[in-house]
Design a protein around this ligand. Structure first.
Ligand SMILES: Cc1cc2nc3c(=O)[nH]c(=O)nc-3n(C[C@H](O)[C@H](O)[C@H](O)COP(=O)(O)OP(=O)(O)OC[C@H]3O[C@@H](n4cnc5c(N)ncnc54)[C@H](O)[C@@H]3O)c2cc1C
Length: 423
């Protein structure tokens, strides 16, 4: 076959043009859409030097220093492209089950859940001759549609009013029924306050197991039949403790890499026997509203961040209040005295992980983009359609920040008024 490199001038042009809608998919074809930076298990940023850059017209690798390829959009496009090429895996007769109880914060698998499912896959796939299946037990309503991509083979969805809110006794009764009927080899829960920290400890007590908590790593321990050793944080996080992996493990975020090469069946499963109702001694009185201004930036789910393009700061604060968002800022806004230092987002401020990040009048300097790379959705308001924040954003509104925020506030208030009238 000819060794001559065939050029496609149009695709080369798209690869050079960062504003072209197909830019990222062309980069992904060239194998450079993958995330180039991620946080490792100890919070240290890891870099893949090969993931940076794209192949230029002469076959020479070019590096884009604007930061556009390091933003979450490039990573998300890369992930989407990778999902299309995932291998389908169906485990028909599993040798054993690994049960996972995800926290499903906001009705979707969280990053912590996906890490935990990655850990479950390690345990299930260790012996290719006798593979296990990953069973997820999901309580209440959810909005997730990618259970299979996260590595789940069997899905037990328990959607009953009894499990809504803080209902550890009802959930424990359900997990006990799963234990009786399916007897998973391992139980994995996220060791997070709102996730499995409480439920996992209750489950271990019910099963008569001593759980491993704060687990951040597991390793195979010896030859077949395979045993496992886990490493867990202990003594107020001052020590790493190693011990054989018990049946019940509560794991920290980043305990394993999420599944990204395979797509599993997520086959619905039900229990043969009815789950006995549990006598509840706990009454959930619902959630208490918190002042978003008091939420630490690193924990905030919805952030409205202001930069040098904000001219009406009273309007900005009012908008954040009406939207119920936590306030953040660029370094310029902080240096100019409009926002407190602890509100600065970015490399030298706080690294945030919000589900929605609204950047108002922020240009998208690399130091700022670094701080928002783990945010799910980025929305921006800016006058300049060519700025880097717009390239990073999932949704951009081009216009004056004060006018757009005022229109947004009016819309939200109108909608709330309509809902009040209807009630
Ligand atoms: C060592 C170092 C560390 C740094 N660390 C950080 C950090 O942690 N966090 C951080 O944020 N920065 C950091 N910076 C600073 C960073 O380089 C940028 O200078 C800063 O992020 C720019 O802030 P900005 O986007 O608000 O301002 P600008 O770059 O001035 O951008 C303002 C934006 O607002 C838009 N705009 C103007 N008027 C309007 C309007 N009326 N309506 C809508 N949009 C409008 C403009 O088009 C522009 O895009 C650091 C710099 C250095 C050197």
């Amino acid at each position: 076959m000819s060794e001559i490199r065939r050029r496609d001038p149009r695709r080369e042009w798209i690869a050079r043009n960062r504003l072209h809608p197909e830019h990222l998919s062309v980069l992904a074809e060239q194998g450079v859409g993958a995330a180039s930076e991620w946080l490792g298990p100890n919070g240290v940023v890891r870099k893949n030097p090969h993931a940076i850059g794209f192949i230029g017209p002469n076959g020479v690798k070019r590096i884009d220093r604007s930061g556009a390829q390091q933003g979450g959009q490039a990573a998300a496009e890369g992930t989407r492209a990778a999902q299309d090429s995932r291998r389908n895996v169906i485990i028909e007769a599993p040798a054993f089950l690994v049960a996972v109880v995800p926290e499903l914060s906001g009705g979707r698998l969280s990053g912590h859940d996906k890490d935990l499912l990655g850990l479950a896959r390690h345990l299930a796939d260790a012996d290719p001759e006798h593979p296990g299946a990953v069973l997820a037990v999901v309580f209440g309503e959810h909005k997730e549609d990618a259970f299979g991509e996260a590595g789940i083979d069997r899905l037990l969805h328990l959607d009953d009013d009894a499990y809504v809110g803080f209902a550890p006794e009802a959930r424990l009764a359900a997990l006990s029924a799963v234990e009786r009927e399916l007897a998973p080899r391992h139980w994995l829960l996220p060791d997070s306050p709102l996730g499995g920290a409480d439920l996992g400890r209750r489950l271990a007590l019910r099963l008569g197991e001593r759980p491993a908590t704060g687990v951040w790593q597991i390793e195979a321990d010896g030859e077949a039949p395979l045993g496992w050793r886990c490493t867990a944080r202990g003594a107020a996080e001052s020590l790493d403790i190693q011990r054989p992996l018990p049946r019940v493990a509560l794991a920290l975020a980043e305990c394993a890499e999420p599944v990204d090469e395979t797509r599993h069946a997520a086959e619905p499963l039900s229990l043969a026997e009815a789950i006995p109702s549990a006598l509840s001694r706990i009454e959930d009185l619902g959630q208490v509203a918190v002042d978003p201004a008091g939420v630490a930036l690193a924990e905030a789910e919805f952030i409205v961040s202001g930069g040098n393009g904000v001219k009406d700061w009273d309007g900005f604060h009012h908008a954040a209040k009406v939207l119920g968002a936590t306030e953040g800022a660029s370094r310029v806004a902080v240096d100019d005295g409009f926002m407190a230092r602890d509100r600065q987002v970015g490399a030298t401020g706080t690294w945030v992980t919000a589900r929605v990040y609204l950047a108002v009048g922020i240009s998208g300097a690399i130091q700022h983009l670094q701080g928002i790379q783990s945010c799910d959705k980025v929305v921006t308001i800016n006058l300049d359609p060519g700025c880097d924040m717009i390239k990073r954003a999932d949704l951009a509104v081009i216009g004056d920040s004060a006018e757009i925020l005022a229109a947004l506030v009016a819309k939200v208030e109108q909608q709330r008024g309509g809902q009040r009238d209807a009630a």
